[in-house]
Design a protein around this ligand. Structure first.
Ligand SMILES: Cc1cc2nc3c(=O)[nH]c(=O)nc-3n(C[C@H](O)[C@H](O)[C@H](O)COP(=O)(O)OP(=O)(O)OC[C@H]3O[C@@H](n4cnc5c(N)ncnc54)[C@H](O)[C@@H]3O)c2cc1C
Length: 362
């Protein structure tokens, strides 16, 4: 399923071509199909979810971002969580969305507790201990209810059901531009002549014929999943772990700045496991069942680009979703579908233009 129609382009003249089969590409392709804009061909160089998407925790937690992000960003996240819930309801078999509360442990009640938005409940250390038996730390924390999580690969398979033409193992290599339009996209499996193109390639696309200069890098992260644990966590607890449905714990999500190696580093895994043991000493003979790393695409301000391609009338891009691409995929996809169909940018995209980076102003 993640390797659909390998090496094959079913529709070489689609109304819309989506390049990139991560969560942003698949959610955008599904939103375009939903909006009745016409036929969609999606191409993905590897397998669906083989980039950042397949390695993510899958937390859909807009509300904690109230402390760190501008209102426009939190609004996008909230709208996207609502869209995830809707899509989970209407997709045959669902998308595997699990409702989840969120607790952020804070050593500094004077900070968090003093600046509590309305939907945040401050719990003192005694209340946290009652909720999380076995927690070694005597700390208060912020409780936010009604957040959620998806398994990103399960979700991408669900969303991909709505996209009939998906070619995996097909890389876009070049574009032919005439005037202000992309006329053709060369790929490893032949040429595509689309009406419009959306690039959802994680980082900005690197394709011959596209003259883009949007600053971006990537930030590696490690994650571990334990075997089923003898301690039950009631919700996701930051910075401890997220409980999975079968009793296993998902921990990590490190920010390994500057580490460009694709390899899992044992010392990082050891530090994650040591942190888990320190927080929950009662975890008996804790065994790790899976460990991996992946790279988050990022722009310098840590926020995404959702924009029309500078200088091109029929091409769009979304990139640099950094730590919240799973969460923001459905709202981003909807915004792009609306923009392509109306020809005008929807208001929620205003803050995410490529031109906010001075270097791109050409
Ligand atoms: C450790 C970790 C934990 C995370 N946890 C969360 C979380 O809890 N919640 C959350 O919301 N986000 C989380 N994220 C972030 C999230 O994973 C990313 O923001 C998101 O997956 C980005 O999706 P994307 O589709 O833009 O990129 P990707 O998933 O990287 O997809 C881009 C795809 O484009 C394809 N591609 C690139 N170039 C071409 C080309 N020329 N032709 C064809 N295909 C091409 C690539 O092969 C790739 O599959 C986490 C990330 C990491 C690393």
């Amino acid at each position: 399923m993640l390797g659909r129609d390998a090496g094959h382009i079913a529709d070489p003249r689609p109304d819309v071509l989506v390049v990139g089969g991560g969560i942003l590409g698949v959610a955008t392709a599904a939103a375009i199909m939903d909006s009745g804009l016409g036929s969609v061909q999606l191409i993905e160089a590897g397998r669906l979810g083989s980039g950042a998407t397949g390695g993510a925790t899958g937390l859909l937690v807009p509300e904690p971002h109230q402390w760190s992000d501008p209102e426009t960003f939190v609004d996008l996240e909230r709208a996207s969580l609502e869209r995830w819930r809707y899509l989970d309801q209407v997709t045959p078999g669902g998308l595997g969305l699990v409702e989840l509360d969120w607790i952020g442990l804070a050593p500094d009640p004077g900070g968090l507790a003093a600046h509590q938005p309305k939907n945040v409940e401050w719990l003192d250390a005694a209340k946290i201990t009652a909720l999380v038996p076995g927690l070694a730390w005597h700390l208060g924390g912020a409780l936010i209810r009604h957040q959620a999580r998806v398994n990103p690969l399960r979700a991408i398979i669900g969303l991909a059901q709505n996209v009939p033409s998906i070619g995996t193992g097909v890389a876009a290599t070049a574009v032919t531009v005439k005037g202000d339009k992309i006329e053709a996209v060369s790929t490893s499996a032949g040429t595509i002549s689309p009406g419009a193109v959306v690039f959802a390639t994680g980082q900005p696309p690197v394709v011959d014929g596209l003259d883009l200069d949007i600053p971006a890098d990537r930030v590696k992260g490690h994650l571990v999943v334990t075997e089923p644990a003898n301690i039950h966590l009631p919700c996701t607890i930051v910075p401890v772990a997220t409980p999975l449905e079968d009793g296993r714990l998902l921990a990590g999500g490190t920010l390994d700045y500057g580490d460009e190696s694709p390899a899992v580093r044992e010392e990082v895994i050891d530090a994650i496991v040591a942190g888990l043991r320190a927080a929950l000493p009662g975890l008996r003979a804790l065994k790790v069942s899976h460990q991996w790393c992946c790279f988050r695409p990022r722009h310098p301000d840590g926020r995404p680009v959702i924009d029309r391609m500078p200088g091109l009338r029929n091409a769009w891009l979304t990139s640099g979703h950094f730590r919240t691409g799973i969460l923001n995929a459905p709202a981003t996809g909807m915004a792009l579908a609306r923009w392509i169909s109306a020809g005008q940018p929807p208001p929620e995209t205003g803050a995410w233009s490529a031109t906010r980076f001075a270097r791109t102003a050409h």
